[in-house]
Ligand binder design. Sequence first.
Ligand SMILES: NC(=O)c1ccc[n+]([C@@H]2O[C@H](COP(=O)([O-])OP(=O)(O)OC[C@H]3O[C@@H](n4cnc5c(N)ncnc54)[C@H](OP(=O)(O)O)[C@@H]3O)[C@@H](O)[C@H]2O)c1
Length: 309
Amino acid sequence: MINVLFAAKTERWNTYETPLRTAFAEQDLEVDLRTEFPPEDVDYIVYAPNGDLHDFTPFTRCKAVLNLWAGVEDVVGNQTLSQPLARMVDYGLTQGMVEWVTGHTLRHHLGMDQHILGQDGEWRSFVPPLAEDRRVTILGLGTLGLACAKALIGLGFPVTGWSRTAKDIEGITCLHGPDGLREAVSTADVLILLLPNTAATENTVDSQALADMPEGAFIINPGRGPLIDDDALLKALDSGHIAHATLDVFRIEPLPADHPYWSHPRVTVTPHIASETRPSSASRVIAENIRRGQSGEPFLHLVDRGVGY
Ligand SMILES: NC(=O)c1ccc[n+]([C@@H]2O[C@H](COP(=O)([O-])OP(=O)(O)OC[C@H]3O[C@@H](n4cnc5c(N)ncnc54)[C@H](OP(=O)(O)O)[C@@H]3O)[C@@H](O)[C@H]2O)c1
């Protein structure tokens, strides 16, 4: 019997219990799945960082901590964690992000607000450029950034991607490292942020990066709040240099009611809903990793604790 501790909020247990049991059965894994165990009996922990478990020390025989979220910033620095940590790479999460990013890119590209918000009896003509004439840059070319890049390329947008390590991906202008950032943002008519939150990515979009962006550019941030210097962005929005920012993630969540983003005419706030882990597909990822752990195969989607993602 494999003892799996589900360590997340109670409402998550209600959502995940059945899909997890189904996924374990599909893999022929004999699992005792519970929300409580004596720590020394636990083989694997299915984990969400916003739950109550923060001290991994007593879990002496635990083979891996399997995160339910793609972002690991709230657990990667936990000094009590000596076990391997896997992040979530889930088909449903990726597809949801592709749909959200594509939708918000098209909103700005097509100028949809002019018609949705401007029904005032005036017959205005507005012809947007074709996608091939609107340059998109995606900061972060990992699971989510790459999937979004492919979808946007499919719609005709020229896509530049920026990552930490060098890449060569057909159809994408690939840039990397601090030197590549300036070029990446300077061609960004639409800038999409899909970087993890690490010490190295904080304030990637600062006053310099914003100044380097083309006049009238759009920013879409489904990555993490700290990627943006908020004061610098507000200034760039006030001046009109940045035409609009669609922001899904913030340094403090929920975004405080008095935050200037809520009332700024050039900002759209969405409440960290860009994409969610989907229980059925995510449970299959968890089950596959437990199968691997049991058969001595390498775990999927391991976090590099040194770089923080
Ligand atoms: N809003 C939401 O609902 C939501 C949902 C899911 C995820 N997210 C966010 O999306 C983020 C990305 O997820 P993912 O699964 O695509 O992550 P991932 O596969 O780990 O990809 C991260 C990408 O960022 C790049 N990167 C990391 N540090 C960098 C640096 N210092 N400079 C330049 N590039 C850097 C990586 O470069 P390399 O390729 O060279 O390693 C990689 O391309 C998550 O961390 C999370 O914060 C948000």
